[in-house]
Design a protein around this ligand. Structure first.
Ligand SMILES: [Zn+2]
Length: 325
């Protein structure tokens, strides 16, 4: 049986290595540590975080073959997804699975699955909310699961998560232990859609929900039941499986090679000396913002959480890229 040991970091670490409170907790993201050294276990990683990691990185939990240790409250927005203020960092709980060569790899994976199950149940999330670091950023992580190391693939991992029952010794605080996992109702709607040959992925269910008047679909038990009822009653979706191409939006991408990028007030010329502050693309492995305006050649209006609406200079020569998607 696995318990969660708490070794929460100091407020100073929270201040310096995270975005602080406000995590929306919509996802659980899985990582693997990329450190095979003997002794690079959960305790070592927890200590690394407690002692102010020299890297600008943080994550909520680390698990090895023996123990799960929590470093940050779930409510904190950790720096683990490499997507800046994107949903990976601001809406997900992050767990690191150790791959230390002196650990039992398969056992670590089992402990990780148990932890993920626990978090899904705690926040009433379905299996589609389990993400890889790779889902947020182009990085091969969790590398071993992605590669099927020791015969355990990502799908195997998800199956383990679905198979793990909530253990009664979880939730040391005693709360939410009787909250029913939504898996059953998720399964029934998934089964229903599969039986009709309809895409049962979360994103398609979200689309179907919208077409049937269920807004803000989150995959909750209630919404799944309602959606299933509507579908079974024969209510025709208005335009099933004919997704309209979304109008493309433009984004400006700042390269991770730069650690300071000037931002200018929108009412001043974007020249040195007028800057309001700096962005740090390097810190986040590059940054990306939606282009809200293009007031003059190579000058783009963006919105940042620190400075609000600002202009940046992003000519091709700066290494910045403008992409449509
Ligand atoms: Zn990762």
């Amino acid at each position: 049986m696995v318990n969660i040991k708490k070794q929460l970091v100091s407020q100073e670490v929270i201040n310096k290595k995270s975005f602080g409170k406000g995590n929306k907790k919509k996802y659980v993201t899985v990582h693997q540590t990329a450190n095979t050294n003997p002794g690079a276990n959960a305790q070592a990683h927890a200590n690394l975080q407690s002692n102010m990691n020299s890297r600008d990185a943080s994550w909520h939990y680390q698990a090895d073959d023996k123990v799960i240790i929590q470093s940050f409250d779930d409510d904190i927005m950790c720096w683990a997804a490499t997507d800046g203020r994107g949903p990976g960092n601001t809406e997900s709980i992050h767990i690191e699975l150790c791959i230390n060569s002196d650990g039992d790899y398969a056992k670590t994976i089992d402990n990780g699955a148990t932890l993920v199950r626990h978090l899904l149940d705690k926040y009433n999330l379905d299996i589609s909310r389990v993400k890889q670091h790779r889902d947020w950023y182009n990085k091969d992580c969790p590398a071993q699961l992605r590669a099927g190391y020791k015969g355990i693939t990502w799908t195997d991992f998800l199956n383990k998560v679905e198979g793990v029952q909530e253990k009664e010794n979880f939730g040391s605080s005693g709360s939410s232990s009787n909250s029913k996992p939504a898996a059953k109702d998720t399964n029934s709607i998934v089964d229903y859609l599969k039986s009709k040959g309809i895409d049962s992925s979360f994103s398609n269910r979200e689309k179907l929900a919208k077409q049937h008047g269920i807004n803000d679909y989150e995959g909750s038990e209630e919404q799944n039941t309602l959606l299933l009822k509507k579908l079974q009653s024969g209510a025709k979706p208005t335009e099933q499986s004919k997704p309209k191409p979304k109008p493309k939006k433009k984004y400006v991408q700042l390269p991770e090679t730069s650690s300071s990028w000037r931002v200018y007030p929108t009412n001043k010329a974007p020249v040195k000396g007028n800057e309001k502050g700096f962005l740090n693309p390097k810190k986040f492995g590059g940054l990306e913002y939606e282009v809200l305006g293009n007031p003059q050649k190579d000058v783009y209006t963006i919105k940042t959480s620190d400075f609000g609406k600002v202009n940046i200079y992003a000519a091709k020569s700066t290494g910045a890229k403008i992409v449509s998607k």
